[in-house]
Design a protein around this ligand. Structure first.
Ligand SMILES: NC(=O)c1ccc[n+]([C@@H]2O[C@H](COP(=O)([O-])OP(=O)(O)OC[C@H]3O[C@@H](n4cnc5c(N)ncnc54)[C@H](OP(=O)(O)O)[C@@H]3O)[C@@H](O)[C@H]2O)c1
Length: 261
């Protein structure tokens, strides 16, 4: 039996899968046969389009739900809805990230940082991971275990202009992942992070210095290219397979070699 077959009948819950990295992760798991419960924030139309597409292409179950990670406690209501639509939860990927007005004061040079923006990023990155992972773990325990993955970024390893707020919260979520792994292992639940270098997504295109960042990444990477959403999606999927059954509490860095050079 190959790994694709092994995800049949299992369920992935993933936040923020309407575009970018989350969408690539959703498709990777759908291709492997997993049923998918995924969230959007404002883009309901795109979410419905994706649900219809994966159901038709892969013969799986897929349902889209609205979620705002700035209100992490609402994960509890989300999981109650998921309980009605899906029999089990096996994998949880905390992927969604905020942008736009809610990161004002959090995304910018150090001297312009403000507590409100910083707190919003922390809430959306760390607190949302905590509540989502807690709810997922309760369900995983009932089926004998599971795998949880948080997205992170190398903005906590490499200086990235304007990224102090996100980089600091990503460092925090990586530490939270280790604590969760230490305490959930006895329930058969593994917890890891996937940390990406700059990946060509809408989120990155919104950076005021996108072209500059892109040129720098291509120049720094021995592989001579930007990262793609699929580069991170493959690792999220791999971490949820049996191949990784003794891998927990780790951050896997996928950055095209850019953080060494
Ligand atoms: N892009 C990069 O260079 C990069 C590199 C390394 C790691 N990462 C990490 O990878 C993850 C995904 O990044 P991305 O670049 O793919 O992001 P993105 O393209 O900006 O997509 C963000 C996703 O989050 C959802 N979202 C936005 N605001 C939300 C809110 N308030 N509540 C709940 N969901 C919300 C969006 O839904 P709607 O479409 O409905 O608004 C969308 O599905 C993040 O954790 C990011 O930090 C990104």
């Amino acid at each position: 039996m190959n790994q694709c077959e092994s995800m049949k009948g299992k369920t992935l819950v993933i936040s923020g899968a309407t575009r970018g990295i989350g969408k690539a992760i959703l498709y990777r798991f759908a291709e492997a046969g997993a049923d998918i419960a995924f969230t959007y924030n404002s883009n309901e139309k795109e979410a419905e389009k994706i649900a219809t597409d994966v159901k038709e292409r892969f013969g799986i179950r897929a349902v889209a739900y609205q979620l705002n990670i700035l209100e992490p406690e609402t994960y509890k209501d989300l999981f109650k809805l998921i309980d009605e639509d899906f029999k089990r939860v096996d994998y949880f990927v905390s992927n969604a990230i905020i942008s736009g007005r809610s990161v004002v004061g959090g995304f910018g040079p150090f001297m312009r940082l403000k507590p409100r923006g910083l707190n919003n990023i922390f809430t959306a990155t760390v607190s949302a991971f905590v509540v989502g992972a807690q709810e997922a773990a309760k369900r995983m325990e009932k089926v004998g275990g599971g795998s949880i993955v948080s997205l992170s970024s190398t903005g906590n390893l490499v200086y990235t202009p304007n990224y102090a707020g996100h980089g600091t919260s990503k460092a925090a979520v990586e530490t939270m992942v280790k604590y969760a792994a230490a305490e959930l292992g006895e329930k058969g639940i593994r917890v890891n992070a996937v940390s990406g270098g700059p990946i060509d997504t809408d989120a990155l295109k919104a950076f005021p210095n996108y072209e500059e960042v892109k040129a720098e990444v291509v120049a720094r990477s021995p592989l001579n290219r930007m990262g793609l959403p699929e580069d991170l999606a493959g690792m999220c999927w791999f971490l949820c397979t049996k191949e990784c059954s003794w891998l927990t509490g780790q951050t896997i860095v996928i950055d095209g070699g850019t953080s060494f050079i």
